[in-house]
Design a protein around this ligand. Structure first.
Ligand SMILES: [Zn+2]
Length: 325
């Protein structure tokens, strides 16, 4: 398949308050996109109308219209039943809970094939097909942000398991009996290494009374600490800030070591907003894996940043649209 096939896949990435649509050619090039407000409504059909109409208008903007669309895929920020095309839980768009979204879209878009998957699955698929993992078949992905997501690809397929939990790396238990996690468990990676866990580490450093730029950069207001502030303090050589990422990278590194022996990945891709800390997190992360996975002798140069940063959702949905073409 080449660009000249004239075919397109359409990806829809649903967020809390907005959704994005991207039109992709067979090589994964984004040829058209747009971002829109998700209707504020308790009527799931109204949301399906809006998604379908917007996808239709993007298709109409290409030669051949919907006739040249190989598939439409939705990446959803929560658990889904991909086989049935049903949203299982929708914390941000409540009315979609239990809703047969693919069927609703397919009805509105004629014969076009529609697919639904969890956004972490989609992000992993995008890296496998079009991103950092396009030359390998076995990939492990970690996405560090408000939560910790991830995915596993083996033998060139992203796998999720019969209960759709395979690859939920945010809930690997890293600190037994540690902080409570949103899932109800304790000491999950997400509880200690996602955004809030990182901010709490920084606040604890400040509260310990040690001298740190962290508090100067927010003019004394601890509630203004963000990962960006911590990264800036690192850039200025602040030891307390460097230790925050050292600790986070340690937790993450232990998770990686465990996943390496379980999945034997050719490459490990790190995405999400926290990955923007760059070497402040990658260097201690690689050091941890090198020191603590002697059985794998893992080549830590294979731990790389994700290709698709803020656009992971839309590229993921686009890759899923093409996956079934
Ligand atoms: Zn958890």
């Amino acid at each position: 398949m080449t660009q000249s096939s004239g075919k397109y896949g359409i990806g829809i990435d649903i967020g809390g308050t907005t959704f994005s649509i991207g039109v992709f050619d067979a090589n994964g090039a984004l040829v058209d996109d747009g971002s829109y407000d998700t209707p504020v409504t308790t009527d799931a059909d109204a949301i399906a109308d809006r998604l379908a109409n917007t996808a239709q208008s993007h298709a109409d903007g290409r030669p051949g219209g919907l006739g040249n669309v190989v598939g439409i895929a939705v990446g959803f920020p929560g658990p889904v039943d991909p086989g049935a095309g049903v949203v299982k839980k929708a914390p941000n768009v409540h009315c979609l809970e239990g809703y047969a979204l693919t069927e609703a879209l397919a009805q509105r878009l004629g014969e076009t094939r529609v697919h639904l998957q969890n956004d972490a699955y989609c992000a992993t698929l995008a890296e496998l097909r079009w991103g950092a993992g396009k030359d390998v078949e076995n990939l492990l992905m970690f996405t560090l942000g408000t939560g910790v997501g991830g995915g596993v690809a083996m033998d060139n397929q992203v796998i999720r398991g019969p209960r759709q939990i395979l690859g939920e790396v945010g809930h690997l238990i890293i600190v037994p009996d540690g902080r409570k996690c949103g899932c109800g468990g304790f000491g999950c990676l997400e509880a200690v290494a996602a955004k809030q866990g990182i901010i709490d580490l920084a606040c604890r450093a400040i509260q310990s009374g040690r001298k740190t730029l962290l508090i100067d950069l927010v003019d004394g207001d601890q509630s203004a600490i963000t990962p960006q502030v911590i990264t800036e303090a690192c850039r200025q050589g602040d030891q307390a800030a460097l230790e925050v990422y050292e600790q986070v990278a340690f937790y993450l590194g232990i998770a990686l070591c465990n996943c390496i022996v379980l999945t034997d990945p050719d490459i490990i891709v790190i995405g999400g907003g926290i990955a923007a800390a760059g070497e402040f997190i990658f260097e201690p992360l690689k050091r941890t894996v090198a020191a603590r996975s002697p059985i794998s002798g893992y080549d830590v140069s294979k731990i790389v940043p994700a290709t698709f940063g803020n656009d992971a959702g839309i590229h993921g949905a686009g890759a899923l649209a093409w996956e079934h073409a």
